[in-house]
Design a protein around this ligand. Structure first.
Ligand code: AMP
Length: 508
């Protein structure tokens, strides 16, 4: 029977087999991880936290982030947050989530601490103990906590395992609740797509506050009874040493990481020669066919491009493993949910036609939280509209041709242009601002902003950027700010973000 909870999914691994590793550390076995999940359930329950209570998690990347996610998800709702957020961002998320506690690594400075204290969100320290295996930890509340959770014990299939925010077309990020059965379905789909077996070893370099790393690297590995070795995060200088030490059979990353790895491949020929990669996976942004070809040649392994999205608990489509063909420039075949193309009237269109990519399946969220307007426009006849535009060829391979939503995809990191607009509008010299995507050779897209200053006021590009950086995590801060007398309008007289870079002559 298919496992429908994170805890049941862990039951697959052999007791003495490694589950979670980290470079230069001894691994935590499946038995160890199951014990940790049981202990965490008891500890959180004793603090008054139980099923469907939200636990915000701010941890550096690494094995503790992976184990905290797994252990907390087995009895409550995890809400991982990007540690790079500024205080204002943490405040928004902790309030919006109605977090019952903030889990934060012992010894780590973070503006989240002061924000949690101000909001009366209890802080619980995650104290790593790597002598017991990578990712082993104990929980230590800053102040004594007690209480009786409404629903103690193990999470049920319809409980929410994970909540993430998406930077959508609105400035206010939307909460995406993913049920235990949603995340388990994704883990199963990825396991099948990649034919993962207990002997596989994944090297994780993806951030573990994002759906890609959590599902594709961590949960799918564990679902297969395989192991995931959790690095402290992508580092081009250390990647090859990890490759040599960990001997992974695969890794998954965004295209910019693959490009950076390729740029250093020449001087690491010996390590590459000894490496044992069975496959390389790419997702979250489009992989240029040239990069795919160069990666395959360098590592002598198939590169599997997949298409993922938070609302789908990540994977929607993927190129298949050999001997079936992978098509460069395509994100592959439906790989879990059903995938179809819809016209603006809500009709499904035949193969070969262009339209909005829509999905339906057990991995898809039941809907945004407390946001009927967003759900009304996101779901049509039971299909979830991705906001991406594409076409299916006659063999069922999906090609993404554009985007209907106003998101900026900065090398896989998503930025809502409206959120950046709102922040910059608070600058006293700014009369009008439009944030838009500017083409970038490595990232695909970079954040840029066009600003009209108030009459008689002055501001430099530097001042606008510094102002934005006080409120926004670095990746959202426009790399380029252009000052204009007037923002160019589209044919309909509406401000148009799409095509603005071209109009302003901003290319790579
Ligand atoms: P996220 O929710 O951060 O996973 O972002 C989802 C969005 O990333 C999708 O709606 C697409 O716009 C984009 N995306 C994901 N995978 C790919 C891919 N392989 N090629 C192009 N865009 C992608």
């Amino acid at each position: 029977m298919a496992a429908d909870t994170v805890l049941d999914l862990l039951a697959r691994g052999a007791a003495s087999a490694p589950a979670i590793g980290a470079p230069e550390n001894k691994p935590l076995t499946f038995a160890g991880l199951r014990d940790l999940a049981a202990k965490t359930t008891a500890d959180l329950n004793a603090m008054g936290i139980g099923r469907n209570d939200r636990v915000a998690i701010v941890l550096p990347n690494g094995p503790e982030m992976a184990t905290t996610f797994i252990a907390v998800a087995s009895c409550a709702t995890t809400a991982p947050l990007n540690p790079a957020y500024r205080a204002d961002e943490f405040e928004f998320y902790l309030i919006d989530l109605k977090a019952k506690a903030l889990l934060i690594q012992q010894g780590e400075e973070s503006p989240a601490r002061a924000v949690a204290a101000k909001l009366d969100v209890p802080i619980v320290e995650v104290v790593p103990d790597r002598s017991k295996g990578a990712g082993y930890f104990t929980l230590k509340p800053e102040k004594p906590m007690s209480g009786k959770p409404a629903h103690p014990g193990k999470a049920e299939p319809d409980d929410i395992a994970l909540v993430l925010h998406t930077s959508g077309t609105t400035s206010r990020p939307k909460i995406v609740p993913l049920a235990q059965r949603n995340v388990c379905a994704t883990a199963r789909h990825i396991t099948q797509t990649l034919s993962l077996t207990p002997s596989d070893i994944c090297l994780n370099i993806m951030p573990l506050f994002h759906i890609h790393g959590l599902m594709a690297a961590v949960l799918s590995s564990l679902a297969a009874g395989a192991s995931v070795n959790c690095s402290p995060g992508f580092n081009a200088l250390r990647f090859f040493a990890w490759l040599d030490e960990v001997k992974p059979s695969w890794y998954t990353a965004v295209p910019t990481m693959h490009q950076t790895i390729l740029a250093r491949a020449d001087r690491n020929g010996e390590i590459i020669g000894r490496s044992k990669l069975r496959l390389i996976r790419s997702s979250s942004a489009s992989l240029p066919p040239q990069v795919m070809a160069a990666l395959e040649k360098t590592f002598n392994a198939p590169v599997i491009e997949a298409y993922g999205m938070t609302e789908a608990a990540h994977q929607m489509a993927s190129n298949p493993l050999p001997p079936r063909s992978r098509k460069p420039g395509s994100v592959g075949l439906a790989a879990g949910p059903e995938v179809a193309i819809m016209d603006t009237e809500g009709n499904l269109v035949p193969r070969g036609s262009l339209g909005e990519i829509v999905i339906k399946g057990p991995n898809v969220t039941a809907g945004y939280e407390a946001n009927p307007a967003a759900n009304a426009s996101a779901f049509t006849n039971g299909w979830f509209r991705t906001g991406d535009q594409g076409t299916l060829d006659d063999e069922g391979y999906l090609r993404i041709t554009g985007r209907l939503k106003e998101l900026i995809n900065r090398g896989g990191e998503k930025v809502s242009p409206l959120e950046v607009d709102e922040t910059i509008m608070d600058h006293p010299a700014v009369a009008q601002v439009v944030t838009f995507a500017m083409p970038h050779d490595k990232l695909g897209e970079e954040v840029a902003a066009a600003v009209v200053l108030r009459e008689g006021q002055n501001a430099t590009e530097r001042e606008i950027r510094d102002f934005a950086a006080k409120k926004l995590a670095d990746f959202k801060v426009p790399r380029k700010v252009v000052f204009l007398q007037e923002i160019p309008k589209g044919a309909t007289g509406k401000l148009q973000r799409i095509g603005l870079a071209e109009k302003l002559g901003l290319g790579t």
